[in-house]
Design a protein around this ligand. Sequence first.
Ligand SMILES: Cc1cc2nc3c(=O)[nH]c(=O)nc-3n(C[C@H](O)[C@H](O)[C@H](O)COP(=O)(O)O)c2cc1C
Ligand code: SF4
Length: 441
Amino acid sequence: MGYPHPAHPRETPVISRYFGDAEARTLAGWQKRGGYEVLRQALATDPVDVQNVVKDSGLRGRGGAGFPTGVKWSFMKPDGKTHYLTINGDESEPGTFKDREIMRWTPHQLVEGAAIAAHAIYAETAYIYIRGEYTEPIHRVREAVKEAYAAGILGANAMGSGKRVDVHVHKGAGAYICGEETALMNSLEGRRGNPRIKPPFPAVAGLFAQPTTINNVETVSAAQHVLRHGADWYKSLSSPANPKSTGTKLFSVCGNVAKPGNYEVGMGFPMKEFLWDLCGGPPAGRRFKAIIPGGSSVPILTPEECEGAVMDYEGIQAAGSLLGSGGVICFDDSQDMVRQIARLARFYAHESCAQCSQCREGTAWTTRILERIRDGQGTMQDLDTLLEIADNMSGKTICVLSDSCATPVVSGLKKFRHEFEAKIPKNRSSVMIPGFSPAAA
Ligand SMILES: Cc1cc2nc3c(=O)[nH]c(=O)nc-3n(C[C@H](O)[C@H](O)[C@H](O)COP(=O)(O)O)c2cc1C
Ligand code: SF4
Protein backbone atom coordinates (compact mmCIF):
# COMPACT_ATOMS: atom_id res chain seq x y z
CA MET A 1 0.00 0.00 0.00
CA GLY A 2 1.42 3.36 -1.00
CA TYR A 3 0.95 6.74 0.63
CA PRO A 4 -2.36 8.15 -0.56
CA HIS A 5 -1.60 11.78 -1.30
CA PRO A 6 1.38 14.03 -2.11
CA ALA A 7 1.91 16.96 0.25
CA HIS A 8 -0.47 19.86 -0.32
CA PRO A 9 1.36 23.14 -1.11
CA ARG A 10 0.01 24.64 2.12
CA GLU A 11 1.37 21.81 4.27
CA THR A 12 4.67 22.15 6.13
CA PRO A 13 6.11 18.66 5.81
CA VAL A 14 8.82 18.20 8.41
CA ILE A 15 8.04 14.86 10.06
CA SER A 16 6.05 13.71 7.02
CA ARG A 17 8.61 14.92 4.49
CA TYR A 18 9.56 11.40 3.41
CA PHE A 19 6.14 9.76 3.62
CA GLY A 20 5.70 7.80 0.39
CA ASP A 21 9.45 7.69 -0.27
CA ALA A 22 10.32 4.00 -0.04
CA GLU A 23 14.08 4.62 -0.12
CA ALA A 24 13.90 6.66 3.11
CA ARG A 25 12.83 3.49 4.94
CA THR A 26 16.25 1.92 4.68
CA LEU A 27 19.30 2.86 6.70
CA ALA A 28 21.21 3.84 3.56
CA GLY A 29 18.27 5.95 2.35
CA TRP A 30 17.85 7.62 5.75
CA GLN A 31 21.56 8.43 5.98
CA LYS A 32 21.50 9.83 2.43
CA ARG A 33 18.87 12.28 3.70
CA GLY A 34 21.07 13.37 6.59
CA GLY A 35 19.78 10.74 9.00
CA TYR A 36 21.65 9.94 12.24
CA GLU A 37 23.82 13.08 12.01
CA VAL A 38 21.67 14.73 14.69
CA LEU A 39 22.09 11.68 16.89
CA ARG A 40 25.85 11.85 16.43
CA GLN A 41 25.82 15.50 17.54
CA ALA A 42 23.42 14.84 20.39
CA LEU A 43 25.56 12.04 21.80
CA ALA A 44 28.46 14.50 21.96
CA THR A 45 26.30 17.10 23.74
CA ASP A 46 25.54 17.32 27.44
CA PRO A 47 21.97 15.99 28.04
CA VAL A 48 21.04 19.23 29.84
CA ASP A 49 21.91 21.22 26.71
CA VAL A 50 19.75 18.89 24.62
CA GLN A 51 16.90 19.34 27.11
CA ASN A 52 17.30 23.12 26.96
CA VAL A 53 17.08 23.36 23.15
CA VAL A 54 13.88 21.31 23.23
CA LYS A 55 12.57 23.46 26.11
CA ASP A 56 13.30 26.65 24.15
CA SER A 57 11.55 25.31 21.06
CA GLY A 58 8.23 25.06 22.93
CA LEU A 59 7.65 21.51 21.62
CA ARG A 60 4.74 19.89 23.47
CA GLY A 61 3.87 16.21 23.71
CA ARG A 62 1.87 14.97 20.73
CA GLY A 63 0.30 12.02 22.54
CA GLY A 64 -2.71 14.01 23.72
CA ALA A 65 -2.02 16.02 26.85
CA GLY A 66 0.41 18.54 25.27
CA PHE A 67 2.88 18.63 28.17
CA PRO A 68 6.10 20.56 27.30
CA THR A 69 8.64 17.96 26.18
CA GLY A 70 11.82 19.73 27.30
CA VAL A 71 10.34 20.25 30.75
CA LYS A 72 9.41 16.55 30.93
CA TRP A 73 12.96 15.60 29.96
CA SER A 74 14.41 17.95 32.57
CA PHE A 75 12.73 15.94 35.38
CA MET A 76 15.37 13.27 34.75
CA LYS A 77 18.58 14.01 36.62
CA PRO A 78 21.95 12.24 36.58
CA ASP A 79 21.17 10.52 39.90
CA GLY A 80 23.00 7.24 39.30
CA LYS A 81 19.71 5.33 38.93
CA THR A 82 18.78 3.29 35.88
CA HIS A 83 16.52 5.42 33.68
CA TYR A 84 14.17 4.20 30.98
CA LEU A 85 12.61 5.80 27.95
CA THR A 86 9.34 4.41 26.66
CA ILE A 87 8.01 5.49 23.29
CA ASN A 88 4.27 5.29 22.96
CA GLY A 89 3.21 3.87 19.58
CA ASP A 90 0.02 2.29 20.88
CA GLU A 91 -2.17 4.70 18.90
CA SER A 92 -5.57 3.14 19.46
CA GLU A 93 -7.61 6.36 19.75
CA PRO A 94 -10.37 6.20 17.14
CA GLY A 95 -9.60 8.57 14.26
CA THR A 96 -5.87 8.82 14.96
CA PHE A 97 -3.38 7.18 12.57
CA LYS A 98 -0.40 9.56 12.29
CA ASP A 99 2.14 7.53 14.30
CA ARG A 100 1.33 4.60 12.05
CA GLU A 101 2.62 6.55 9.02
CA ILE A 102 5.76 7.74 10.82
CA MET A 103 6.58 4.12 11.63
CA ARG A 104 5.61 2.79 8.20
CA TRP A 105 7.50 5.30 6.12
CA THR A 106 10.30 6.62 8.31
CA PRO A 107 11.15 3.98 10.91
CA HIS A 108 14.69 5.35 11.19
CA GLN A 109 13.25 8.78 12.01
CA LEU A 110 11.66 7.15 15.04
CA VAL A 111 14.71 5.10 16.01
CA GLU A 112 16.92 8.19 15.75
CA GLY A 113 14.43 10.23 17.79
CA ALA A 114 14.26 7.47 20.41
CA ALA A 115 18.05 7.33 20.72
CA ILE A 116 18.29 11.13 21.05
CA ALA A 117 15.57 11.24 23.69
CA ALA A 118 17.22 8.37 25.60
CA HIS A 119 20.47 10.31 25.71
CA ALA A 120 18.66 13.48 26.81
CA ILE A 121 17.13 11.72 29.84
CA TYR A 122 20.27 9.80 30.88
CA ALA A 123 18.80 6.48 29.77
CA GLU A 124 20.61 3.62 28.08
CA THR A 125 17.46 1.71 27.20
CA ALA A 126 14.42 2.71 25.18
CA TYR A 127 11.33 0.58 24.59
CA ILE A 128 9.14 1.31 21.59
CA TYR A 129 5.65 -0.02 22.38
CA ILE A 130 3.61 -0.48 19.20
CA ARG A 131 -0.07 -1.26 18.83
CA GLY A 132 -0.50 -4.98 18.16
CA GLU A 133 -2.62 -4.52 15.04
CA TYR A 134 0.11 -2.42 13.39
CA THR A 135 1.68 -5.34 11.56
CA GLU A 136 3.53 -3.38 8.90
CA PRO A 137 4.80 -0.59 11.21
CA ILE A 138 6.09 -3.19 13.71
CA HIS A 139 7.94 -4.95 10.93
CA ARG A 140 9.43 -1.69 9.62
CA VAL A 141 10.59 -0.47 13.02
CA ARG A 142 12.09 -3.88 13.88
CA GLU A 143 13.99 -3.87 10.59
CA ALA A 144 15.27 -0.34 11.27
CA VAL A 145 16.45 -1.30 14.76
CA LYS A 146 18.22 -4.35 13.33
CA GLU A 147 19.95 -2.22 10.68
CA ALA A 148 20.95 0.38 13.28
CA TYR A 149 22.53 -2.27 15.54
CA ALA A 150 24.38 -3.83 12.59
CA ALA A 151 25.82 -0.40 11.69
CA GLY A 152 26.93 0.35 15.28
CA ILE A 153 24.42 3.21 15.60
CA LEU A 154 22.81 1.42 18.54
CA GLY A 155 24.49 -0.78 21.09
CA ALA A 156 27.30 -0.60 23.61
CA ASN A 157 29.26 2.12 21.82
CA ALA A 158 26.59 4.00 19.89
CA MET A 159 28.16 5.77 16.90
CA GLY A 160 31.55 5.49 18.59
CA SER A 161 30.40 7.82 21.37
CA GLY A 162 31.33 5.47 24.18
CA LYS A 163 27.66 5.56 25.26
CA ARG A 164 25.27 2.63 25.33
CA VAL A 165 21.91 3.03 23.62
CA ASP A 166 19.65 0.01 23.37
CA VAL A 167 16.26 0.09 21.64
CA HIS A 168 13.71 -2.71 22.03
CA VAL A 169 10.49 -3.00 20.05
CA HIS A 170 7.49 -4.37 21.97
CA LYS A 171 4.30 -5.48 20.26
CA GLY A 172 1.17 -4.70 22.26
CA ALA A 173 -1.82 -7.02 22.22
CA GLY A 174 -4.26 -4.46 20.86
CA ALA A 175 -5.73 -2.83 23.98
CA TYR A 176 -6.58 0.89 23.85
CA ILE A 177 -5.90 1.29 27.55
CA CYS A 178 -2.26 0.23 27.05
CA GLY A 179 -1.71 3.65 25.45
CA GLU A 180 -2.20 5.24 28.87
CA GLU A 181 1.33 5.72 30.12
CA THR A 182 1.19 3.75 33.36
CA ALA A 183 -0.86 0.93 31.78
CA LEU A 184 1.77 0.78 29.06
CA MET A 185 4.48 0.35 31.66
CA ASN A 186 2.54 -2.44 33.39
CA SER A 187 2.12 -4.11 30.01
CA LEU A 188 5.85 -3.82 29.28
CA GLU A 189 6.56 -5.44 32.62
CA GLY A 190 4.42 -8.39 31.59
CA ARG A 191 1.46 -7.48 33.80
CA ARG A 192 -2.15 -6.77 32.91
CA GLY A 193 -2.33 -3.32 31.25
CA ASN A 194 -4.12 -1.51 34.07
CA PRO A 195 -3.33 2.16 34.74
CA ARG A 196 -1.51 2.86 37.99
CA ILE A 197 -2.54 5.43 40.56
CA LYS A 198 -0.35 8.56 40.39
CA PRO A 199 1.72 9.62 42.31
CA PRO A 200 4.29 8.25 42.04
CA PHE A 201 4.73 9.75 38.59
CA PRO A 202 6.82 7.86 36.03
CA ALA A 203 9.71 10.33 36.36
CA VAL A 204 10.05 9.17 39.98
CA ALA A 205 9.06 5.49 39.74
CA GLY A 206 8.01 4.24 36.33
CA LEU A 207 9.08 1.18 34.38
CA PHE A 208 10.53 -1.48 36.71
CA ALA A 209 10.10 1.17 39.46
CA GLN A 210 12.89 3.27 37.92
CA PRO A 211 12.71 6.90 36.74
CA THR A 212 11.04 6.79 33.32
CA THR A 213 10.09 9.21 30.58
CA ILE A 214 7.26 8.35 28.24
CA ASN A 215 6.89 10.12 24.92
CA ASN A 216 4.71 9.75 21.88
CA VAL A 217 6.17 8.63 18.51
CA GLU A 218 5.50 12.02 16.89
CA THR A 219 7.04 13.89 19.84
CA VAL A 220 10.46 12.26 19.61
CA SER A 221 10.34 12.46 15.82
CA ALA A 222 9.77 16.23 16.08
CA ALA A 223 12.50 16.66 18.71
CA GLN A 224 15.20 15.53 16.30
CA HIS A 225 14.25 18.26 13.82
CA VAL A 226 14.38 20.80 16.64
CA LEU A 227 17.96 19.74 17.39
CA ARG A 228 18.94 19.73 13.73
CA HIS A 229 17.63 23.21 12.89
CA GLY A 230 17.34 24.94 16.27
CA ALA A 231 14.59 26.18 18.55
CA ASP A 232 14.00 29.42 16.62
CA TRP A 233 13.56 27.58 13.33
CA TYR A 234 11.00 25.30 14.96
CA LYS A 235 9.08 28.25 16.36
CA SER A 236 9.11 29.93 12.93
CA LEU A 237 7.03 27.06 11.47
CA SER A 238 3.94 28.04 13.45
CA SER A 239 1.80 31.13 13.71
CA PRO A 240 3.57 33.92 15.64
CA ALA A 241 0.15 34.80 17.09
CA ASN A 242 0.45 32.01 19.67
CA PRO A 243 3.90 31.28 21.13
CA LYS A 244 2.38 28.54 23.34
CA SER A 245 1.83 26.17 20.41
CA THR A 246 4.94 25.89 18.26
CA GLY A 247 6.17 23.90 15.27
CA THR A 248 4.13 21.60 13.11
CA LYS A 249 1.48 19.00 13.90
CA LEU A 250 0.39 15.92 12.02
CA PHE A 251 -3.39 15.69 11.83
CA SER A 252 -5.15 12.48 10.81
CA VAL A 253 -8.39 13.21 9.00
CA CYS A 254 -11.16 10.64 8.47
CA GLY A 255 -14.90 10.21 8.19
CA ASN A 256 -17.11 12.11 5.77
CA VAL A 257 -14.47 14.18 4.04
CA ALA A 258 -13.39 14.32 0.40
CA LYS A 259 -9.67 13.71 1.01
CA PRO A 260 -8.96 11.77 4.20
CA GLY A 261 -5.35 11.22 5.22
CA ASN A 262 -2.54 12.72 7.26
CA TYR A 263 -1.72 16.41 6.90
CA GLU A 264 1.17 18.23 8.57
CA VAL A 265 0.63 21.94 9.08
CA GLY A 266 2.15 24.71 11.16
CA MET A 267 0.38 25.20 14.49
CA GLY A 268 -2.19 27.97 14.17
CA PHE A 269 -3.43 26.93 10.71
CA PRO A 270 -7.03 28.12 10.16
CA MET A 271 -9.38 25.17 10.68
CA LYS A 272 -11.83 26.16 7.99
CA GLU A 273 -9.08 26.35 5.37
CA PHE A 274 -7.66 23.07 6.65
CA LEU A 275 -10.98 21.28 6.25
CA TRP A 276 -11.85 22.79 2.90
CA ASP A 277 -8.59 23.57 1.05
CA LEU A 278 -6.48 20.65 2.21
CA CYS A 279 -9.08 18.00 2.97
CA GLY A 280 -11.51 19.01 0.21
CA GLY A 281 -14.53 19.64 2.45
CA PRO A 282 -17.44 17.20 2.82
CA PRO A 283 -18.30 14.66 0.10
CA ALA A 284 -20.02 16.16 -2.97
CA GLY A 285 -23.55 17.36 -2.26
CA ARG A 286 -23.14 17.12 1.52
CA ARG A 287 -22.59 19.58 4.36
CA PHE A 288 -20.51 19.10 7.48
CA LYS A 289 -22.64 18.44 10.52
CA ALA A 290 -20.00 17.88 13.21
CA ILE A 291 -16.24 17.69 13.67
CA ILE A 292 -14.33 15.96 16.48
CA PRO A 293 -10.94 17.69 16.21
CA GLY A 294 -8.68 15.70 18.54
CA GLY A 295 -9.48 12.01 18.45
CA SER A 296 -12.74 10.58 19.74
CA SER A 297 -12.34 11.64 23.38
CA VAL A 298 -12.72 15.41 22.99
CA PRO A 299 -15.85 17.59 22.73
CA ILE A 300 -17.68 17.61 19.40
CA LEU A 301 -17.72 20.89 17.47
CA THR A 302 -20.36 22.20 15.09
CA PRO A 303 -19.22 23.65 11.72
CA GLU A 304 -20.08 27.13 13.08
CA GLU A 305 -17.68 26.60 16.01
CA CYS A 306 -14.93 25.55 13.58
CA GLU A 307 -15.48 28.66 11.45
CA GLY A 308 -12.95 31.07 12.99
CA ALA A 309 -10.87 28.49 14.90
CA VAL A 310 -7.16 27.86 14.43
CA MET A 311 -5.50 24.49 14.78
CA ASP A 312 -3.33 24.66 17.86
CA TYR A 313 -3.79 23.75 21.53
CA GLU A 314 -5.25 27.11 22.57
CA GLY A 315 -7.17 27.73 19.31
CA ILE A 316 -9.12 24.48 19.47
CA GLN A 317 -9.72 24.99 23.18
CA ALA A 318 -11.11 28.46 22.49
CA ALA A 319 -13.50 26.89 19.98
CA GLY A 320 -14.78 24.57 22.72
CA SER A 321 -12.77 21.39 22.25
CA LEU A 322 -9.20 20.04 22.52
CA LEU A 323 -6.37 19.28 20.11
CA GLY A 324 -5.81 15.90 21.82
CA SER A 325 -4.05 13.39 19.59
CA GLY A 326 -4.80 15.33 16.39
CA GLY A 327 -7.36 12.90 14.95
CA VAL A 328 -9.96 14.95 13.04
CA ILE A 329 -13.21 12.98 12.61
CA CYS A 330 -15.74 14.52 10.21
CA PHE A 331 -19.47 13.83 10.09
CA ASP A 332 -21.68 15.07 7.27
CA ASP A 333 -25.42 15.70 7.29
CA SER A 334 -26.18 12.09 6.38
CA GLN A 335 -24.99 10.94 9.79
CA ASP A 336 -27.16 10.00 12.75
CA MET A 337 -25.33 11.56 15.71
CA VAL A 338 -27.07 9.33 18.27
CA ARG A 339 -25.80 6.27 16.44
CA GLN A 340 -22.28 7.73 16.17
CA ILE A 341 -22.09 8.71 19.83
CA ALA A 342 -23.45 5.30 20.85
CA ARG A 343 -20.67 3.66 18.81
CA LEU A 344 -18.04 5.75 20.59
CA ALA A 345 -19.50 4.88 23.98
CA ARG A 346 -19.48 1.18 23.12
CA PHE A 347 -15.80 1.47 22.21
CA TYR A 348 -14.94 2.97 25.61
CA ALA A 349 -17.11 0.40 27.44
CA HIS A 350 -15.24 -2.37 25.64
CA GLU A 351 -11.82 -0.84 26.38
CA SER A 352 -12.38 0.05 30.06
CA CYS A 353 -9.96 -1.91 32.22
CA ALA A 354 -12.74 -2.06 34.85
CA GLN A 355 -10.65 -1.04 37.86
CA CYS A 356 -12.83 2.00 38.72
CA SER A 357 -16.53 1.47 39.30
CA GLN A 358 -17.46 4.87 37.83
CA CYS A 359 -15.80 3.83 34.55
CA ARG A 360 -16.72 0.13 34.54
CA GLU A 361 -20.40 0.78 35.31
CA GLY A 362 -20.65 4.21 33.72
CA THR A 363 -19.34 3.27 30.27
CA ALA A 364 -21.59 0.17 30.15
CA TRP A 365 -24.69 2.00 31.40
CA THR A 366 -24.10 4.94 29.05
CA THR A 367 -23.79 2.55 26.10
CA ARG A 368 -27.00 0.71 26.92
CA ILE A 369 -28.99 3.91 27.32
CA LEU A 370 -27.61 5.37 24.10
CA GLU A 371 -28.34 2.19 22.20
CA ARG A 372 -31.91 2.04 23.41
CA ILE A 373 -32.43 5.70 22.43
CA ARG A 374 -30.87 4.85 19.05
CA ASP A 375 -33.34 1.97 18.70
CA GLY A 376 -36.37 4.18 19.47
CA GLN A 377 -36.82 2.75 22.97
CA GLY A 378 -35.60 5.71 25.02
CA THR A 379 -37.35 8.13 27.32
CA MET A 380 -36.87 11.83 27.97
CA GLN A 381 -35.68 10.86 31.42
CA ASP A 382 -32.81 8.96 29.80
CA LEU A 383 -31.31 12.24 28.60
CA ASP A 384 -31.04 13.52 32.16
CA THR A 385 -29.73 10.16 33.33
CA LEU A 386 -26.98 10.27 30.68
CA LEU A 387 -25.83 13.66 31.96
CA GLU A 388 -25.94 12.50 35.53
CA ILE A 389 -23.87 9.40 34.78
CA ALA A 390 -21.39 11.50 32.77
CA ASP A 391 -20.98 13.81 35.76
CA ASN A 392 -20.12 10.83 37.94
CA MET A 393 -17.65 9.51 35.37
CA SER A 394 -15.57 12.68 35.03
CA GLY A 395 -12.55 13.53 37.15
CA LYS A 396 -13.09 10.70 39.61
CA THR A 397 -11.13 7.77 38.23
CA ILE A 398 -7.55 6.49 38.00
CA CYS A 399 -7.15 7.55 34.36
CA VAL A 400 -9.16 9.68 31.96
CA LEU A 401 -10.69 6.89 29.86
CA SER A 402 -13.86 7.39 31.88
CA ASP A 403 -13.89 11.12 31.10
CA SER A 404 -13.16 10.29 27.46
CA CYS A 405 -16.41 8.34 27.23
CA ALA A 406 -18.44 11.03 29.00
CA THR A 407 -17.10 13.98 26.98
CA PRO A 408 -18.58 13.23 23.51
CA VAL A 409 -21.86 12.20 25.17
CA VAL A 410 -22.20 15.50 27.03
CA SER A 411 -21.17 17.65 24.07
CA GLY A 412 -23.30 15.56 21.70
CA LEU A 413 -26.34 16.01 23.90
CA LYS A 414 -25.69 19.73 24.20
CA LYS A 415 -25.27 20.30 20.49
CA PHE A 416 -27.52 17.65 18.93
CA ARG A 417 -30.22 17.24 21.57
CA HIS A 418 -32.89 17.57 18.91
CA GLU A 419 -31.61 14.35 17.29
CA PHE A 420 -31.87 12.49 20.56
CA GLU A 421 -35.35 13.85 21.26
CA ALA A 422 -36.53 12.99 17.75
CA LYS A 423 -35.80 9.32 18.48
CA ILE A 424 -37.80 9.25 21.70
CA PRO A 425 -41.38 8.11 21.16
CA LYS A 426 -43.87 10.70 22.42
CA ASN A 427 -45.45 9.97 25.81
CA ARG A 428 -42.83 7.35 26.67
CA SER A 429 -42.02 8.24 30.22
CA SER A 430 -41.44 4.87 31.86
CA VAL A 431 -38.14 3.04 31.90
CA MET A 432 -40.01 -0.28 31.85
CA ILE A 433 -38.88 -1.24 28.40
CA PRO A 434 -39.47 -4.79 27.17
CA GLY A 435 -36.26 -6.75 27.36
CA PHE A 436 -34.48 -4.08 29.38
CA SER A 437 -33.66 -4.57 33.01
CA PRO A 438 -32.26 -1.52 34.85
CA ALA A 439 -30.59 -3.90 37.31
CA ALA A 440 -28.57 -5.45 34.51
CA ALA A 441 -27.64 -2.09 32.98
C1 LIG B 1 -6.79 5.92 27.66
C2 LIG B 1 -5.58 6.62 27.15
C3 LIG B 1 -4.98 6.19 25.96
C4 LIG B 1 -3.83 6.84 25.49
N1 LIG B 1 -3.28 6.40 24.31
C5 LIG B 1 -2.14 6.99 23.86
C6 LIG B 1 -1.50 6.52 22.68
O1 LIG B 1 -1.97 5.59 22.03
N2 LIG B 1 -0.36 7.14 22.28
C7 LIG B 1 0.20 8.18 23.00
O2 LIG B 1 1.25 8.68 22.64
N3 LIG B 1 -0.39 8.64 24.11
C8 LIG B 1 -1.53 8.06 24.55
N4 LIG B 1 -2.09 8.51 25.73
C9 LIG B 1 -1.39 9.58 26.47
C10 LIG B 1 -0.25 8.97 27.28
O3 LIG B 1 -0.76 8.57 28.55
C11 LIG B 1 0.91 9.97 27.53
O4 LIG B 1 0.38 11.17 27.99
C12 LIG B 1 1.73 10.26 26.28
O5 LIG B 1 2.20 9.06 25.67
C13 LIG B 1 2.93 11.13 26.68
O6 LIG B 1 3.72 11.42 25.57
P1 LIG B 1 3.91 12.93 25.07
O7 LIG B 1 4.31 13.75 26.27
O8 LIG B 1 5.00 12.83 24.06
O9 LIG B 1 2.60 13.35 24.50
C14 LIG B 1 -3.26 7.91 26.21
C15 LIG B 1 -3.87 8.34 27.40
C16 LIG B 1 -5.01 7.70 27.85
C17 LIG B 1 -5.64 8.19 29.11
S1 SF4 C 1 -10.86 5.07 34.34
FE1 SF4 C 1 -11.49 3.18 33.38
S2 SF4 C 1 -9.78 2.56 32.11
FE2 SF4 C 1 -9.01 4.12 33.54
S3 SF4 C 1 -8.24 2.95 35.27
FE3 SF4 C 1 -10.36 3.41 35.76
S4 SF4 C 1 -11.51 1.65 34.98
FE4 SF4 C 1 -9.50 1.55 34.06
